[in-house]
Design a protein around this ligand. Sequence first.
Ligand code: AMP
Length: 490
Amino acid sequence: MSFSELGLIPEILQAVADAGYTTPTPIQRQAIPVVLAGHDVMGGAQTGTGKTAGFTLPLLNRLAPHASASTSPARHPVRALILAPTRELAMQVHESVRMYSKHLPLRSTCIYGGVDMNPQIQELRRGIEIVIATPGRLLDHVQQKTIALGQVEMLVLDEADRMLDMGFIPDIRRILALLPAKRQSLLFSATFSDEIKKLADQMLKNPQLIEVARRNMVSETIDHVVHPVSSGLKRNLLAHLVRHEEESQVLVFVDTKFGCSRLAHFLERHDISADSIHGDKSQQARTETLENFKSGKVRVLVATDVAARGLDIEDLPSVINFELPHTAEDYVHRIGRTGRAGKKGKAVSLVSSEERHRLADIQKLIKLEIRQEIVPGYDPEPDFHDAEGGRRKRGSPSPAAARGVDAPAAGERRKRGERETRETREPRERSPQRARQPSHIAPDGFDFSKPYEQRNPSAPADSEAAAELRGSHKAQRPIAFLLGGLGRKH
Ligand code: AMP
């Protein structure tokens, strides 16, 4: 199938061709016709699947009749609102919107916090059809009456689960109340918790479910390894690994903002080019750091989970978890920065004795026993293998890593609760029984094999979309190879 068969106008087809895309990805094949037909969409898709073009191309197509070369701001009301959880993601989406709308006189802008509001106000005054925003800053503009949302026809909520994690749902509800009831809404989320479903109920009308990537699926091209190591030796082990890495660039994940900067400084002191990215940095610093990493000027980027999702960093060969995430799902998102588009990737985790329960949760979630290798000279705490009845030989893979999956000691759980400086919110405890559900049943019972509360008989039950849905385990590789084969352009 080609883009021209999807019913897009020539100006958009031209922009797609300029981007170098020849074949729509599965999410694009499914989403474009549904959005063009004016339906609401509940989309289960992660970054890296071509999701952004999947909603942006039909959105532009629907707004194209309003495109106007007039200079009068009145001719350019806000008609589409795209909400994204982080500034980086908002900027990335805006880049795509700009690229795909370059042959249309439609104006777009990106508004996010952490920077001066005045340039954004000037920009909004000119008249802008498409606004990509983070929720908090959008509400600042609403409060200052520098944006009017009364003519919004299309709303996109990108990475709704991340919005939830970051505490944005009350803001989203406030924003929804400001929008005309008659509008088209698209909601994208990698996971569907009860809260997300409640939000979907509130904001979507007869939504059609579109899903390509199976929830929590980990790319098959990623090689996972755990290095058991005592917490006191982690920094030195990291420096050792980075020095011995053949691959040049590494993204390192840590838990706290404070630890993030400190670790980057430590590496710098050891002559390893490194920088850090976290929520306390100014927006300008975050953008520069990311650019420097993307362009290869910086070799190691140390990040908190703020950088875990949504960032499209090309060709990243390796991700290191300096600390395992508190929530198993975050492991999937973190390592999703590598092994993208069919390329090989490496997911390395430095695990101290007190993190064993996190490792257990992760292994259960991804249904994979991760190989364990002790790096000589960087031993774990003596109790690391207690539950396994003794220590393993150095450098040898674990015969039964999954046996380290016992529940954490009460003290460990207490420590988890005591951490105050974590970048993201403390996750809720997960029931161990969740991971044992069949793969099409989410932990909360949501069945991915069925369209979401389908009330419309023309919903994708018998369509290609439903076929994709049923076979979405298989869909992973073709998407990856498709993107890898064609090369990614931005
Ligand atoms: P996204 O999931 O929207 O972040 O997209 C992931 C990457 O795939 C981006 O770098 C896009 O430029 C690229 N991409 C999107 N659609 C296509 C396509 N049809 N063919 C090739 N690359 C694409």
